[in-house]
Design a protein around this ligand. Structure first.
Ligand code: FMN
Length: 186
């Protein structure tokens, strides 16, 4: 039985590098037979968590924006893949806004993402994952997925600056496809 896969891509560039890798992972999982949804976060309206704590006890966020359509998809997904460019030495604000809003889901007993396999994709301009800040994002994701009880099935991270760069790296594209396939296996 294959898991369904939800891919959240936070790059605002439709022809960008994170987008291309996210699309490659999604296509590979779909070709293997899984139900896959790819969401481009920058096309959604997602406001910042206001820490109003209205969700405490209900698990329901009261902010009426596109997170309301994303919450059920997050809860129902069999596996989760995050893709982000590095902006200012970590993953970008588009993704952080979305993740902060997961807070609501943890205001009721239980861990709703428990045992969902997770993966992530990062691209950055610098040649070094330390200088670029990719390591900061990796560390945050590791801490976060550990807290969420989500096993990390893999990570793909690479230097890529201009649109089209990742397509020149066949090995990297294959790593993204492989990550997509790994995430859907039970
Ligand atoms: C606002 C902004 C901040 C950035 N900050 C960094 C950074 O801190 N480190 C880095 O290596 N590259 C940085 N970059 C370069 C991007 O990570 C790089 O171009 C990446 O390929 C963009 O991903 P995309 O093609 O998926 O949009 C930044 C780019 C932008 C637009």
């Amino acid at each position: 039985m294959l898991r369904s896969l939800l891919v959240l891509n936070s790059s605002p560039r439709p022809n960008g590098n994170s987008t291309a890798l996210a699309e490659t992972a999604a296509a590979a999982a779909r070709s293997a037979g899984a139900e896959v949804e790819l969401v481009h976060l920058s096309r959604l309206v997602i406001g910042p968590c206001e820490a109003c704590d209205a969700c405490v006890g209900s698990g329901r966020c009261v902010m009426e924006d596109d997170m309301q359509t994303l919450y059920p998809r997050l809860l129902n997904a069999g596996a989760l893949l995050l893709a982000s460019p590095i902006y200012w030495f970590t993953f970008n604000a588009q993704l952080k806004l979305c993740i902060d809003r997961w807070y609501a889901l943890f205001q009721i007993p239980g861990k709703p993402f428990r045992n969902k396999p997770a993966g992530f994709i990062l691209t950055y301009g610098d040649v070094d994952p330390y200088i670029s800040g990719a390591v900061n994002a990796i560390h945050t994701f590791q801490t976060m997925f550990h807290f969420l009880d989500m096993p990390i099935r893999g990570m793909v991270y690479a230097t890529a600056s201009n649109p089209g760069d990742v397509q020149k790296n066949a090995d990297l594209m294959e790593q993204a496809a492989e990550l997509g396939r790994k995430l859907i296996l039970d």
